[in-house]
Design a protein around this ligand. Structure first.
Ligand code: ZN
Ligand code: FE
Length: 258
């Protein structure tokens, strides 16, 4: 039978988080990608008319898991979470890691281990629908802070995301794009693609629109954290010829202090 495309509903919540509902129109199944807060997820369910069947958790931080218990009690939904940090997440029914399959109704997803922000952080990739839910691993023109892992670990995770097909739509956990662009422009001053993105993002934010999703193809050309192995960028920050993981660590360090 023909694949019915996934439907995605993005909504802001908490201070600067994004919640996402992923819906399979064929079966009616609906997953929340992370559960920052129950009330915002419920409002999104009400707005769409969808019924919550699953919660797919990317990592253990409270701003991604705070709504799980309340939602599970109310909707009896299945909670899928990264195996390496399941002990830190409430209500887990199923644990997953690299290569595991996760389905939402008829939508077929694959788990990618993307550690660095946290040690067990995972990404949910739905190749047929060209969707990737990356949590706090990657942001539009940015990446997550390296809180539990090492810069090299994070760089490898970002390369794994960069290797996804260009048309992949990336949904991340926060609206940080404006600040990320200010930083990116400070280290990558001669990148017309980044300049174009800056103009586009300014317009979106002026209109009160989210800057998410982004595509892997666009991010490859403008996100400095995906470009640590581009020789010109290393030259620009005074690290010509250095290994990409070291260049990445320097860029991440500068962003932390920016
Ligand atoms: Zn986080
Ligand atoms: Fe977060």
């Amino acid at each position: 039978t023909r694949h019915m495309p996934a439907q995605v509903h993005l909504f802001p919540c908490l201070k600067d988080n994004y919640g996402v509902l992923l819906h399979d129109p064929q079966s009616g199944a609906t997953a929340a990608i992370d559960a920052p807060e129950a009330a915002a997820v419920e409002a999104a369910l009400k707005a769409t008319g969808w019924k919550l069947t699953d919660i797919l958790v990317t990592h253990h931080h409270a701003d991604h898991t705070g709504g799980i218990e309340e939602l599970k009690a109310k909707y009896k939904c299945r909670v899928v979470a990264p195996a390496k940090e399941a002990a830190k997440i409430p209500g887990v029914d199923e644990t997953v890691a690299q290569g595991d399959s996760v389905s939402v109704g008829k939508l077929a997803g694959t788990v990618l281990d993307t550690p660095g922000h946290t040690l067990g952080h995972i990404t949910y990739w739905f190749p047929q629908d060209h969707l990737a839910f990356v949590g706090d691993t990657m942001f539009s023109i940015g990446c997550g802070r390296v809180i539990e892992g090492t810069p090299e670990m994070m760089w490898n995770s970002l390369k794994k995301l960069r290797d996804l097909p260009n048309e992949t739509l990336v949904y991340c956990g926060h609206e940080y794009t404006a600040a990320n662009i200010r930083f990116a422009l400070s280290i990558d001053q001669e990148n017309p693609v980044l300049d174009a993105r800056a103009a586009q993002v300014e317009q979106l934010l002026e209109e009160g629109e989210p800057t998410i999703p982004v595509t892997i193809g666009d991010e490859k050309l403008a996100n400095p954290f995906l470009r640590a192995d581009v020789p010109d960028l290393a030259v620009d920050i005074g690290m010509a010829g250095k290994p990409a993981a070291e260049v990445f660590a320097e860029i991440r360090g500068r962003k932390d202090r920016f």
